[in-house]
Design a protein around this ligand. Structure first.
Ligand code: ZN
Length: 129
């Protein structure tokens, strides 16, 4: 089963989509398996990270900005190469184990859609196996 979701992303941020992934797993009825969360975009990504202290996402965004700044020598005509770099560094999917019908996530883990070239209307998919 594949579940499709859409998401409005007004600013560069990590959007917590954990609730949607729990919902997809519940709808699927799969008790033991995996959920693949996938983002079909080249300037956005999917990651798993801290969901308790919002300062962590703040600091991740600062770190990514420092690691992948815009550069005058970039050629890509759209002008968003830094966003493409961040998207490749983060990756376009995450896989989570399902055990007993529940996502196996650590206490402090959340699943995030990472927007690097806002504002957009984005999609992501959850494949439950
Ligand atoms: Zn581009």
């Amino acid at each position: 089963m594949v579940y499709e979701y859409s998401l409005q992303t007004p600013k560069q941020d990590f959007y917590n989509i954990t609730v949607q992934i729990h919902e997809a797993v519940a709808k699927s009825g799969v008790a033991d398996g995996i959920a693949v969360v996938y983002c079909p975009h080249t300037t956005a990504g999917i990651t798993i990270n801290e969901n308790a202290d919002p300062d962590v996402v703040h600091d991740l965004l600062i770190g990514l900005e420092k690691a992948f700044p815009g550069r005058a020598e970039f050629r890509h005509g759209e002008g968003n190469s830094a966003a493409h770099l961040k998207a490749s560094a983060i990756g376009s999917s995450a896989t989570v184990i399902i055990n007993g019908g529940k996502l196996v996530l650590g206490t402090w883990q959340g699943i995030y859609f990472c927007e690097f070239d806002p504002p957009r209307i984005r999609k992501f998919y959850v494949k439950v196996l």
